[in-house]
Design a protein around this ligand. Structure first.
Ligand code: NAD
Length: 385
């Protein structure tokens, strides 16, 4: 089976879908790996490294995109890339299928079998294929480093001849995969950490990392199926804002990571709360791309609002390109092997992992939620043309 690794063309995307070490293992297992020349360059993996691992380097974009059985990618497709795929071929990548339902229709029309890695179920069995988690952990880590770099104070407590420096206070909002890694990273740097999440079940995990859990009593169910958070009522959002305001006010760094799958990010830090923070404090809003948890966030920008630095990073995992690619390569190669039987793709739609991740196959969109979102969104110009 011929597997292709393409060069990412999305602005700012530095990751690559397979790294040379993983290529070597796949080659040993009988896969033929073709890598587009320069595909790993931004993540510091060079064509020579891939060649030494047993891959073939392909210089022509058409030959690579149009010549392989399965194409591996990181960032969702740009519309023109859909045209480069081989009719009847297979694609495994992040696809943002709910945000791009018309592109999914276009893939189906082109008879492409497309798997969205973000749709792999978050179960123990699928853990090694869970690219959402591996990349979220990187985002949580990087968010703390960005916050620390922008803060005009130390993180750890220091006792020096020039006086004693108290530790920084960090408040993490949302204790999912990214939030827990942010807590752990801030603790490693010596900060005092508090954290809040509307799912009460995370209290023990927060405490086990040495942080204090901020409890907010909400009069409604906050957990949906699969352990994810639910979108809560306006009244509950208001109660939450009131309860966390004092913790935001005293924090040196606030890291927000709160998200509800398929919905805009909840607004938790209001402009008024930001204006109560000490000058020089920092907010890093990991939900910036989904609308932001903070009213002052501007996606992709760092702004200063009444003396408080508000950072709205986009695609943070890409900034740690070597390890982000390494972890992604482990996830995507495990998924590829999961779909392979006796050297060919074998799609068992009775299997929960295959069924959940497959968005298009046999000329149809297989995912019900994507089909529903087709009706809610206008087709993009590129898809119509
Ligand atoms: P996410 O990125 O969707 O959300 C981040 C966090 O924001 C979540 O903890 C959520 O509870 C929280 N949140 C949502 N609305 C909020 C609000 N109004 N106020 C405060 N916090 C709010 O979540 P994620 O990190 O991708 O994963 C969340 C859950 O997914 C986990 O707790 C777990 O149950 C499940 N999961 C399971 C596995 C596995 O079993 N292999 C792996 C990863 C995740």
């Amino acid at each position: 089976m011929k597997i292709g690794v393409v060069k990412e063309r999305e602005v700012g995307e530095q990751r690559v879908a397979l790294i040379p070490d993983v290529v070597a293992k796949l080659v040993q297992q009988g896969y033929v790996i073709q890598v587009e020349s320069g595909a790993g360059e931004m993540a510091h993996f060079h064509d020579d490294d891939y060649q030494a691992a047993g891959a073939e380097i392909i210089n022509s974009l058409e030959d690579l995109w149009g010549g392989v059985d399965v194409l591996l990618k990181v960032a969702p497709l740009r519309d023109r890339e859909v045209e480069w795929l081989r009719t009847g071929g297979t694609l495994i990548s992040f696809l943002n299928p709910l945000g791009n339902p018309w592109q999914m229709q276009h893939l189906a029309d082109r008879q492409i079998t497309a798997f969205a890695l973000e749709c792999v179920p978050r179960t123990s069995r699928a853990q090694s294929m869970d690219a959402l988690s591996s990349q979220a952990a990187i985002a949580g880590y990087q968010a703390v480093l960005q916050g620390a770099a922008a803060l005009p104070r130390f993180f750890p407590m220091l006792t020096t001849a020039a006086g004693t420096i108290p530790p920084a206070k960090v408040f993490v909002i949302g204790a999912g995969v990214a939030g827990l890694q942010a807590i752990a990273t801030a603790r490693r740097l010596g900060a005092i950490v508090e954290a809040f999440d509307i799912r009460p079940a995370v209290k023990e995990e927060v405490q086990s990392l040495g942080a204090k859990f901020v409890e907010v009593a909400l009069q409604e169910d906050t957990v949906a199926s699969g352990g994810y958070a639910k979108e809560v009522s306006e009244a509950a959002k208001h109660t939450t804002q009131e309860a966390i305001a004092a913790h935001v006010q005293t924090a040196d760094v606030v890291i927000t990571t709160a998200q509800v799958p398929g919905k805009p990010a909840p607004l938790l830090v209001t402009e008024r709360m930001v204006s109560t923070m000490k000058p020089g404090s920092v907010i890093v809003d990991l939900a910036a791309e989904q609308g932001g948890n903070c009213a002052c966030t501007e996606p992709g920008r760092e702004i200063v609002h009444q003396g408080v630095t508000v950072i709205g990073p986009v695609n943070l995992p890409s900034s740690l390109a070597i390890h982000a690619s390494q972890m992604y390569a482990k996830n995507i190669s495990t998924f590829l092997k999961y779909l392979t039987k006796e050297g060919s793709l074998y799609l068992d739609f009775e299997d929960d992992i295959t069924a959940a991740a497959c968005i298009t196959h046999g000329g149809e969109i297989r995912n019900e939620r994507v089909r529903q979102s087709l009706h809610a969104q206008e087709p993009s110009i590129a898809t119509v043309a």
